[in-house]
Design a protein. Structure first.
Length: 231
């Protein structure tokens, strides 16, 4: 059975992640009145110079005060983006994964000092790698997306066991906690650790602890974005 990966990998494997808003700005700290004219001028400039495509929302004190869409949701068909367009959100999902890890810690299911060998002893140096180090990109685990082979399977379905095997074979780049080095492998493993410790699929955890509490009614896990439906 194919299992969902971290949100970060929505576009690479079997899972596709969609949200209605690409960027969320909050104006809650602004002392002056929000200037919609200046915002429109700013995004007009970005659009004219092909510097941005997406949908933007600005909220103040919990109220939506500004929305704007720029560019296309499908460049090939030149379908214009709207506030209802859905987007894959990339490494923003690492923040979601980190939140879920701390939810698991609050529930007594995980601890920051817990070592990786309790979940994946086959990973090199797992007995010295902690949850904290995975979160902080200090594990030493090689970043599998840096390898040339990644391009050959990035759009193909991969099960958890297949992904773990890839990570295991890639090995370690340095001793755990000796330095910082960005590695997507860390968050793939954290996704699987969450599923094991919480006893639920990642998509269910995201829905329960993030999407529902925040009222994210158009945020999905494991859904392919249909081009026609996204116009």
């Amino acid at each position: 059975m194919k299992s969902p990966l971290s949100l970060f990998y929505k576009q690479q494997f079997k899972t596709h992640w969609t949200v209605t808003v690409l960027f969320l700005f909050t104006a809650s700290l602004w002392s002056q009145e929000f200037d919609t004219v200046k915002m429109d001028q700013y995004f007009d400039l970005l659009e004219e110079n092909n510097k941005f495509m997406g949908s933007v929302a600005v909220s103040q004190a919990g109220e939506l005060i500004y929305t704007r869409s720029v560019g296309y949701c499908n460049v090939t068909s030149e379908s214009k983006a709207t506030v209802a367009s859905r987007y894959r959100i990339g490494s923003i999902t690492k923040t979601f994964t980190a939140v879920l890890v701390f939810k698991a810690i609050s529930a007594g299911k995980l601890s920051l000092d817990q070592t990786l060998d309790q979940f994946f002893p086959e990973v090199p140096k797992s007995e010295n790698i902690t949850i904290k180090q995975l979160l902080g990109n200090r594990s030493g685990i090689h970043n599998f997306t840096d390898d040339p082979a990644y391009a050959t399977y990035m759009t193909q379905p991969k099960s958890a066991s297949e992904m773990v095997e890839i990570i295991v074979k890639a090995g370690s780049d340095f001793e755990p906690d000796s330095k910082f080095q960005y590695s997507n492998s860390n968050f793939v493993l954290l996704t699987y650790i969450l599923e094991k410790s919480m006893g639920k699929p990642y998509r269910d955890l995201l829905e329960e602890f993030i999407a529902k509490p925040l009222g994210l009614t158009d945020t999905y896990v494991g859904e392919k974005i249909g081009t026609k439906a996204n116009m």
